[in-house]
Design a protein around this ligand. Structure first.
Ligand code: URA
Length: 434
């Protein structure tokens, strides 16, 4: 196969054949074999950015990438085998609550999660704020734990979808991340390799998310549904609001604490609504519940009757946590606490999730570059949601910092907009695509 010809065909707007796409994936899986150089792979990615890919091409690429390395084999574990993916957001602790809910409803969840980079936090960083919690499980331990308690989570294993690993790293430095078919195939290849048959996609949309507009989010969702049709995957997609932070807590330990509160039947109303909606959608997509209404009842019950909390307890224990859920909620946050108060009375019009996420990174709760270390105890608690009434002088943000939080306070003050007239709350689920 001539690599230049493969790139030129995409550059000129043609479809790449199955053989060509499999060649690209082989080249990316083993760069040292020299089938294609890194500049050639990057040039092909740029051609895809401009020319796009058909549903069939995208599905072929997805499957080839899923098959490029190790795969998790869940044979013998109770079905359905499920996984969830969020496109990332500010205050997004959904996995910490949704996984135990799904396991409490009898589903088997095996999940690989990433670390955070930039304003969107990573589940692995959040879990690592729990003393003793092990985030690097071998595939064998992952499967054994899922068999025993219904759920298991690990960080990315290097030999899962290695082709995506190479392509993503190249895209990251060549301005080619933002391509709908490349994003969709990258996400779904990892889910397929992780063993899932039923997948819930929480497609975040807004200032704190990768997809800033509803249209972009819908385009990505439609592309994923096209792949699912070609590959016979069961996919549920919800487009959800990320124009304001999710729940109250943004950070690492502070988010784990809020997740435990939610698993105990409390937690912020919008966050609770989201996890119930996502759990219900998964139960319907997996064919476990006959109607959305029945699924909502089952999902809600898992939080209110303590079964999801019990699953979380078993999960944390199985992965080495040396403290109980109750003890985690009492762990101290960073020592310097600062309250930011409303400058006006009225209603909350906007809380810029992107700005809140950046503030938490600046406080040390996230990474600017890959090697940065995280301070688990720093964070922000957002005390209001869009549409809430507010009185001048009321606390709108609490900041937990390890160093002088003056700049954080100034930025947060600018992140909030007030309205003198009533503002409608924003729905947390904006659209269901499946
Ligand atoms: N996340 C991924 O896993 N892949 C992409 O291409 C973009 C975001």
């Amino acid at each position: 196969m001539n690599p230049v010809r493969v790139i030129e065909r995409k550059r000129d707007g043609h479809e790449n054949s199955r053989e060509e796409l499999e060649f690209i994936v082989r080249a990316a899986t083993n760069l040292s074999a020299g089938l294609m150089s890194e500049p050639q792979l990057a040039a092909w990615c740029m051609a895809v950015v401009w020319r796009g890919m058909s549903a069939a091409e995208t599905a072929t690429l997805t499957l080839a990438m899923a098959q490029s390395g190790d795969r998790v084999d869940l044979a013998g574990l109770p079905k359905p085998w499920v996984d969830k993916h969020s496109t990332g957001g500010v205050g997004d602790k959904t996995t910490l609550v949704l996984l135990p809910m799904l396991a409490a409803c009898g589903l088997t969840c095996v999940k690989m999660s990433g670390r955070g980079l930039g304003k969107t936090g990573g589940t692995i960083d959040k879990l690592e704020s729990i003393p003793g919690f092990q985030t690097a499980l071998s595939i064998d331990s992952l499967v054994a734990q899922a068999n025993q308690i219904g759920l298991a989570l690990t960080g990315q294993t290097p030999n899962l979808t290695p082709a995506d690993g190479t392509l993503y790293a190249l895209r990251d430095v060549t301005g080619t991340v933002k391509s709908i078919p490349l994003i969709a195939s990258s996400v779904l290849s990892k889910k397929i390799a992780g063993g899932a048959e039923v997948i819930s996609i929480d497609l975040k949309c807004g200032s704190g998310a990768f997809m800033q507009t509803h249209e972009e989010a819908r385009e990505l969702g439609d592309c994923m549904l096209g792949i699912a049709r070609e590959l016979d995957l069961h996919l549920g997609i919800e487009i959800t609001d990320m124009d304001q932070p999710l729940g109250s807590a943004v950070g690492n330990l502070i988010e784990v604490q809020e997740a435990i509160e939610t698993l105990s039947g409390g937690g912020p109303a919008r966050f609770r609504e989201l996890v119930i909606e996502l759990c219900a959608s998964m139960l319907v997509t997996a064919g476990v519940a006959l109607s959305h209404a029945a699924a909502m009842t089952q999902a809600r019950a898992s939080l209110d009757d303590g079964t999801a909390h019990q699953k979380a307890h078993a999960w944390f224990l199985a992965q080495g946590a040396s403290v109980s859920l109750q003890e985690i909620t009492a762990l101290p946050l960073a020592p310097i606490k600062n309250e930011i108060k409303a400058t006006q009375s009225g209603w909350i019009k906007r809380i810029d999730a992107g700005v809140v996420g950046e503030v938490v990174v600046d406080l040390g709760g996230g990474r600017r570059s890959k090697g940065d270390t995280i301070h688990p105890g720093v964070g922000v608690r957002v005390q209001k949601a869009v549409g809430d009434p507010v009185a001048a002088g009321e606390v709108v943000f609490e900041v937990y910092a390890a160093h002088d939080p003056t700049e954080a306070a100034q930025q947060l003050t600018r992140a909030i907009e007030y309205s003198p007239t009533e503002v409608a709350p924003r729905p947390v689920v904006m659209e269901r695509l499946a």
